[in-house]
Ligand binder design. Structure first.
Ligand code: AMP
Length: 284
């Protein structure tokens, strides 16, 4: 069925209000250039609620200076098709940033300790921008549930905590990472990769596999596991942004890794920054 498309905050609020009279509403926030990872979130949302609202908005507030805001890939016709295929009935696609941040906008959501390490440290202000736009989408939609990928595991934790700390009524639900056949996590940013960078990018997955192997073999020293991850990444010519083992709830360092501990990776293939993560005790 064709999805209804709205482009203003006012129309999105109204469409969600109407939809909620028919039962639950599930929300899937995205920045567009959709792939099977996004579609898995929409499909999960469709299993939860009769109305699924997907949002497509490249949120300037979560990009730092010098990041890829201006060249972030876009494909609105393709995105609408993928939304509909996966089961979204409503799509909110603001045509400009001012639909979300009108002139005079000045109120931001400031996340705490969960947003400090990893991507929070490397991309100052990133999670403040994420939390602000997600809080606005929750407020406009008053969704019963919202779906996020574990691909951005720290983001998932930060949003869960925001919803809890601010008593937001939307349930935050995490979903597993969707990968290419060779293990590379799907990402809109993979479109930037040259074929040479694409083959190097697989080192993220290889690094995760190597660390899981070592862990299964009895290595629990977090520092040694991190060294192994770093070696695997740099041997393939990726520039490491971080490679850290942390526990999965507060994202703290533990000297001894456990099965639920996760390896968090960020690395550059050329100019393209890629992230990945996974639990050490899981089979990849
Ligand atoms: P983005 O468009 O990159 O902001 O992502 C929108 C949502 O899709 C976020 O909740 C991401 O975590 C999720 N997502 C992105 N890539 C994947 C993937 N490969 N598997 C599962 N979820 C994903």
């Amino acid at each position: 069925m064709a999805a209804a498309v709205v482009t203003t905050a006012h129309d999105f609020r109204r469409a969600c209000q109407e939809a909620r009279t028919d039962g639950e509403l599930a929300l899937v926030p995205t920045m567009g250039f959709l792939h099977a990872g996004h579609q898995s979130l929409i499909e999960a949302a469709a299993r939860r609620a009769p109305t699924v609202a997907a949002t497509i908005f490249v949120n300037p507030a979560q990009f730092g200076p010098g990041e890829d805001l201006a060249r972030y890939p876009r494909d609105m016709p393709g995105d609408l098709k993928k939304c509909e295929e996966a089961g979204a009935n409503l799509v909110f696609a603001p045509e400009s940033a001012s639909a979300i941040y009108p002139s005079g906008f000045q109120t931001y959501v400031e996340p705490g300790a969960l947003a400090a390490p990893l991507c929070g440290e490397k991309r100052p202000g990133h999670f403040r921008g994420v939390c602000t736009v997600v809080a606005k989408l929750f407020a406009l939609s008053r969704a019963d549930a919202a779906f996020f990928g574990e691909k951005d595991f720290q983001q998932l934790r930060v949003i869960e905590r925001m919803a809890r700390d601010l008593n937001l009524a939307t349930e935050v639900i995490g979903r597993p990472i969707v990968r290419e056949k060779d293990g590379l996590a799907l990402s809109s940013r993979n479109a930037y990769l040259s074929s040479e960078e694409r083959s190097r990018a697989i080192a993220l997955w290889r690094s995760l596999a190597a660390v899981r192997n070592a862990f299964r073999g009895g290595e629990q020293d977090a520092t040694r596991l991190e060294e192994l991850a770093r070696t695997t990444l740099s041997e393939s010519g990726l520039r490491i942004d971080y490679a850290e083992v942390r526990e999965p709830v507060e994202l703290q360092h533990l000297p001894r890794a456990e099965a639920a501990s996760r390896l968090f990776l960020a690395a550059f293939a050329g100019k393209t920054r890629l992230i990945d993560n996974g639990a050490l005790g899981e089979n990849g």
